[in-house]
Design a protein around this ligand. Structure first.
Ligand code: Q9C
Ligand code: ZN
Length: 342
């Protein structure tokens, strides 16, 4: 399979994040994508190609236009205001506050457009976000053009980003963008299978009232795991979307036995939905050695994920999301892809 990759991701580096009362170097760092790219090469997965540039119209099909227009302004406005370091918010419009009036200060706007302090900007961040979006759309076009599968080596990831907010290292929801893009290209039904350790709250929010895009999410139980405020089993979609959002929250310590059983159930529901295309939000932070996660998958389990997805027999686009055990991230992510191709 072809991999789409852009070196522009690397400008999103040196960002800081807030973790349990400390500001620390971001876990979501450039070496992640570089280890994956190196493994794609050493495993001879297939050609690595660059992205085609796209305008932002496809992003505005799933995100609010004012949010997308805000993103490229962040770093210039932050610098113009005299701030240095990572641009991040510090006040968020929670229950009881006005979420409908954007303030006029860049540091306040960062909070307005975030649900946490986990999506921070440095100088190269917008170029990286845009390249990640271009990577996803370029890979989608390969599948639309008749290839059975493709790998969008996206960085930064996307699944925590909602219609008008960033968070959790995510800015533009690449998987949501390409799901809508396939619909706009004539697909009748699209399934998103999110196997990242964290619940894809942004993807769920974007498609919650939609019956034409099925969203299946396997993740750590939000009662005890980030993002905490979405991802419970009783969230099944609303209106036209009733029954098309399916969550599999799982306890800390879940290994292949439990995780694989959830994958099996998700694949059965996906097959019954019979989509024209499958988008896999591919996080490998389910790994036993992941520094911020609590599942216990082993490297030998990742090819099993790919093989199970391949058995669906559907055109499949893999979109990279999380995974922070950088030494093994290439082995695990590419393990899924080589398993798919077995
Ligand atoms: N103590 C993705 O995997 N912070 N995002 C967790 C851990 C946020 C993860 C703090 C994790 C976001 C795409
Ligand atoms: Zn994750």
């Amino acid at each position: 399979m072809k991999t789409v990759y852009s070196p522009l991701h690397a400008g999103h580096s040196g960002q800081m994040e807030l973790v349990t009362s400390a500001i620390v170097p971001g876990f979501e760092k450039p070496s992640r994508a570089e280890f994956i790219r190196a493994r794609v090469e050493s495993e001879k997965l297939g050609p690595i190609i660059g992205p085609v540039e796209h305008d932002l119209a496809a992003a505005k099909r799933v995100h609010e236009a004012h949010y997308i227009d805000f993103l490229p302004t962040v770093w210039p406005e932050w610098v113009a205001a005299g701030f240095t370091g990572s641009a991040m918010g510090f006040t968020w419009p929670t229950r009881g506050l006005r979420g409908d009036v954007p303030p006029k200060r860049i540091d306040a706007l960062l909070g307005y457009y975030s649900f946490d302090a986990g999506a921070t900007f440095v100088e190269g961040t917008w170029a990286a976000i845009k390249s990640s979006y271009d990577v996803a759309l370029t890979a989608a076009a390969l599948v639309k053009g008749g290839e059975r599968t493709a790998f969008a080596l996206c960085r930064p990831p996307g699944h925590h980003a909602g219609a008008a907010f960033m968070g959790g290292y995510c800015f533009i929801n690449n998987a949501a963008v390409v799901a809508q893009w396939f619909r706009d290209q004539g697909a009748k039904r699209v399934s998103i299978l999110d196997v990242d350790y964290h619940h894809g709250n942004g993807t769920q929010e974007i498609f919650y009232r939609r019956g034409d895009i099925q969203v299946l999410n396997l993740h750590g139980d939000p009662m005890v795991e980030y993002p905490f405020f979405l991802g419970h089993a009783d969230e099944r979609g609303e209106g036209d979307g009733e029954g098309f959002n399916i969550n599999y929250p799982m306890p800390f310590g879940t290994n292949w036995d439990g995780w694989g059983a959830s994958l099996e159930d998700a694949c059965a529901k996906l097959a019954a939905y019979a989509p024209d295309v499958v988008i896999v939000s591919l996080g490998v932070d389910t790994f036993e050695k992941d520094p911020i996660s609590q599942f216990k998958l082993k490297s030998v389990d990742y090819p099993k994920i790919g093989r199970r997805i391949a058995r669906l027999g559907l055109p499949t686009l893999f979109v990279m999301e999380g995974g922070y055990a950088v030494e093994e991230i290439g082995i695990n992510a590419v393990g899924v892809l080589t398993g798919f191709e077995d």
